[in-house]
Design a protein. Sequence first.
Length: 326
Amino acid sequence: MTSSDRYLARGPRVGIRPFTAADRDEFTALARESTQLHRPWLFPPGTDADYDNYLAKLREPEREGFLICEHDSGRIAGFLTINNIVHGAFRCGAIGYGAFAHAAGRGLMSEGLGLVLHHAFEELGLHRLEVNIQPANTASLALVRRAGFRREGYSPDFLFIDGAWRDHERWALTSGEPKGPAFGRTVPVFRIFDVAKAHEFYVDYLGCTVDWEHRFEPGMPLYTQVSRGALVLHLSEHHGDATPGSTIYTELTGVRELHAELAAKGYPYLRPGLEDDETGTSLTLTDPFGNLLRLNEPARPGAKTPERTCSQAKSADLKSPGGPCD
């Protein structure tokens, strides 16, 4: 097979082809060079033995593997695998992928993913492809969003990666699906004025993780992302990014467990209570900058709506003029 006919499909800049044993040296070298880009999301084989084991698995009938290569140089830009392939009535597979450092941010993975999707739906006869992504992996989320994948849900403790069970978002695409605009997750932006107080509230008290931080240069205002599971927030010191005293509403399960967890921490500036009404059970948190997080566990269908007492209404500042508590 010559270099001109080795590709399964070609785009303007890249082509896709199967993994081979001859790719071992290049692939493992690129994997080692790209460690900083991949961690903590991805662990491609970086040694000869690991690559050989990886290649053997890709030859199993329920897997397909593709290298994404640049036309000009033939250099490997990234890779994509389809795992857990099931035929019959299901015709589904789960994809995994990664770009190498020299190709990141150049649009090569988007082009390669499009080629693989066409090959999977047309040549392999699959109907549905799924991908599971950690919520803080913004580059991976952007890639599937551009390809038209839709977000189907959230899976806590879904995969054991890098020594711990990791939460994942579930995205999917089916053959013939319209490729119009596809909205992804919404990330609220809160204005903050003191980084230490923001960390004390969001990290130490609420239990979020700092996913990344950005400053245009040392000493400039901070823009950062914090998250806990599917709750993702951007916090900004930049004037004009958000209005102080904003409010977000988010749904969750386990609101009573969260309330008990927060109460046990002894945070000196907040003692929130639980409130039950027709929408469910809610917990309202106020950060040090006046921003409100309304966390609500929806009521189960058919559950009896609890009666709100006057003390609950007054403590929540929800008393209506002319109501029974006046």
